[in-house]
Design a protein around this ligand. Sequence first.
Ligand code: GRF
Length: 208
Amino acid sequence: MNLFKKKRTPKLAFLISGRGSNMSAVLSAIAAKKLNAEAVCVFSDVKSAGGLKVAKQNNIPAHSFSPKDFSSREEYESKLARVISDSGAEWVICAGYMRILKKTFIDYFPNRILNIHPSLLPSFPGLRAQQQAIDYGVTTSGCTIHLVDYGMDTGPIIMQSPVPVHADDDERSLSVRILKAEHETYWQAIQKVTENTFQVVDRKVVFV
Ligand code: GRF
């Protein structure tokens, strides 16, 4: 047995819709050798997404098309799944991808799709999670990285980071504070699932 066998490098595809700062943070962790992974593909459903420029700067093959270019949601998702599998990606990292993934796509990558959400789920799923936290009056919110299932922000949780909510916070100031935690947490969650074996038991991620 070769004890010095090189570790396999997990291949990641990113799904984005916007600036892609979470993707950039994961790419920085890879560049800094904190995370053993390789980005092989970036996809955006928004052609003007800033994150596509980040992909270009990092020489990562990038693709963009929109559901509007297809006659059905299933056709769009089948094409997307083909693009991602053809890239050789084993893990799909949703980083500000502003669409709900449906069964057609999810079934291609069972328990291999991660998402980041800016609240401590199951509190405040859906849009404007930071404003929801302020409106509710919680004193702690944060971010959650979870596996994607058929629901909206309902998948098994991999990792969470708490972030304080201050009395004078508005949506913007809280979003900035949570985003900082997102950038520090996402790569660690990716590391956790790619370096360890896990099963999903009773909707929970169980490391074995
Ligand atoms: C993040 O707050 C993420 O939690 C949410 O969308 C935002 C994306 O930001 N899903 P960015 O594009 O990664 O900068």
